[in-house]
Write a protein that binds this ligand. Structure first.
Ligand SMILES: NC(=O)c1ccc[n+]([C@@H]2O[C@H](COP(=O)([O-])OP(=O)(O)OC[C@H]3O[C@@H](n4cnc5c(N)ncnc54)[C@H](O)[C@@H]3O)[C@@H](O)[C@H]2O)c1
Length: 450
């Protein structure tokens, strides 16, 4: 469950050996520590443009050192290569890129600053989907941003990350919530991703406890990623209902005692799972995280009916049934947040995982299919697709495959359960209703499924 190579590659002798023989040198990623207040511990550079002008109005809440460029219509101190302050976070406003000529602005903006990034810097490009009456050239130029951002993310070093978000609506606290996530160590293991920010008017009262007053259900919470999600949602102020199979009761109870949460001993595939779950949630639920999942890997030619059925049942059929029941019964709050644990295997396919990848791709379909119905009530549903995460599950993988899983990504290492949990906690926030029916990978920009 740990990656000793990172320690080796970051030691004095290890660095020399790795450099001499051309081995990868994955950076030690900076992660969010409980109790931290400052979103960005260092300088934040904002590019020019209307979205950055909007961000400048609250930039001092994000960083003690917000900077702009000359020519900006903000009064921020300016950053230049003549006296380059090292940068911890960068936002480029690409919303006005509407011609092919405009694309050169990407090169002009980013090339000079890449040598001045601090370790674990976070970069963000904000685009805007052109309206239906816009010229085709605007569509082309905005689409080009994807190739640029995914490629530049692969060129970054020292644990830096980069995402592209199309901001198609403004309002509420969605943009601030997005920046608090993507410009901070909470998104340490997310890179090269593309998302869309839609409409959402919710406000967050207290950014140190953005989930205060919200009730969360986490399935498969006894260990691994589920336990980390429970810890993180509780850290952010949610009261947690922890669900797992009866055989995991003692681990579940120990975690619940620590988090002041409640336990639900339930196999989500049980015949009476729906009525029992609804009965266990008499006050309703605001956040539902479908995390319980299993693998039964075999190539299809060797796969038993039981291996196929059990994976489909736990990973896809039960979450589908429970989501529908919680929605139809009104147990899920009108502004509820549903988050489904998918996998990069669902996106890329994986030999020996026809059952697992089908079930996890089905969850992406579930998010897409249900998004409009949930949005009509102010709720949202999204999928999170982890890549290689250091858990008991991945510790069982043979050494060579495990090393490949870790190193074949832009960040050159596996993620931690906390990395997945941070994404879930962000998507669970009130303002994150602006993201709906989407899938976000947490994989260090793994080459698998890129
Ligand atoms: N670890 C990874 O690298 C990785 C990568 C991609 C996706 N995921 C997904 O993330 C989720 C969590 O993974 P993990 O590594 O923490 O797994 P894990 O095996 O450590 O934990 C899964 C939990 O789900 C519970 N569970 C299984 N079947 C259940 C059922 N029928 N009813 C109730 N609870 C049940 C288990 O008891 C266990 O506590 C899974 O859905 C998994 O597919 C994990």
């Amino acid at each position: 469950m740990s990656d000793p190579y990172i320690d080796f590659a970051n030691s004095g002798i290890g660095r020399r050996i790795a450099g001499a023989v051309g081995l990868p040198t994955p950076a030690r990623l900076e992660r969010w520590q409980a109790g931290r207040q400052q979103v960005i511990e260092g300088a934040l550079l904002l590019g020019n443009g209307p979205l950055c002008a909007e961000i400048a109005r609250f930039a001092s809440k994000l960083s003690q050192q917000p900077l702009g460029l000359t020519g900006a219509d903000t009064d921020l101190p300016t950053w230049s290569t003549n006296s380059p302050v090292p940068l911890k976070a960068v936002v480029f406003d690409a919303s006005l890129i509407v011609t092919l000529e405009d694309l050169d602005q990407l090169r002009v903006f980013f090339a000079p600053l890449l040598r001045h990034l601090q370790p674990s810097a976070h970069l963000l490009i904000l685009g805007r989907t052109p309206g239906p009456t816009a010229a085709p050239e605007a569509q082309i130029a905005q689409r080009a941003l994807e190739g640029f951002s995914r490629s530049l993310a692969k060129e970054l070093r020292n644990g830096a990350t980069l995402q592209l978000v199309y901001v198609d609506h403004e309002g509420g606290d969605a943009l601030e919530g997005l920046l608090r996530f993507f410009l901070s160590p909470k998104s340490a293991y997310v890179s090269g991703q593309v998302l869309r920010l839609g409409a959402g008017a919710a406000k967050v009262e207290d950014w140190t406890r953005p989930l205060a007053g919200r009730k969360a259900l986490i399935t498969g919470a006894a260990r691994g990623i589920g336990a980390a999600i429970a810890e993180t949602l509780a850290r952010d102020g949610a009261s947690v209902h922890l669900l797992d199979v009866p055989s995991a009761r003692s681990d579940l109870q120990a975690l619940a005692a620590r988090l002041n949460g409640k336990t639900i001993d339930l196999d989500i595939c049980a015949e009476d799972a729906v009525p029992r779950l609804i009965e266990a949630l008499p006050d309703g639920i605001d956040i539902v995280v479908h995390n319980a999942g299993i693998i039964r890997d075999k190539t299809l030619i060797n796969m038993s009916v039981e291996q196929w059925n059990s994976v489909m049942e736990v990973n896809l059929k039960a979450p589908s049934r429970l989501t529908e029941a919680l929605f139809e019964s009104g147990t899920l709050a009108n502004d509820g947040r549903v988050i489904l644990l998918s996998s990069t295997s669902a996106i890329a396919g994986n030999r020996g995982q026809c059952n697992y990848a089908a079930s996890k791709a089905g969850l992406i379909g579930l998010a897409q299919a249900w998004a409009p119905r949930l949005a009509a009530r102010g709720a949202s549903i999204n999928a999170v697709a982890p890549g290689f995460i250091e858990t008991h599950m991945t510790a069982q993988i043979p050494f060579a495959l495990r090393e490949a899983g870790r190193r074949l990504s832009s960040l050159g290492q596996g993620g931690l359960p906390q990395d997945v949990a941070e994404v879930v906690a962000w998507l669970a926030q009130p303002g994150s209703g602006a993201i709906n029916g989407q899938v976000l990978r947490v994989c260090g920009q793994s080459l698998v499924g890129a």
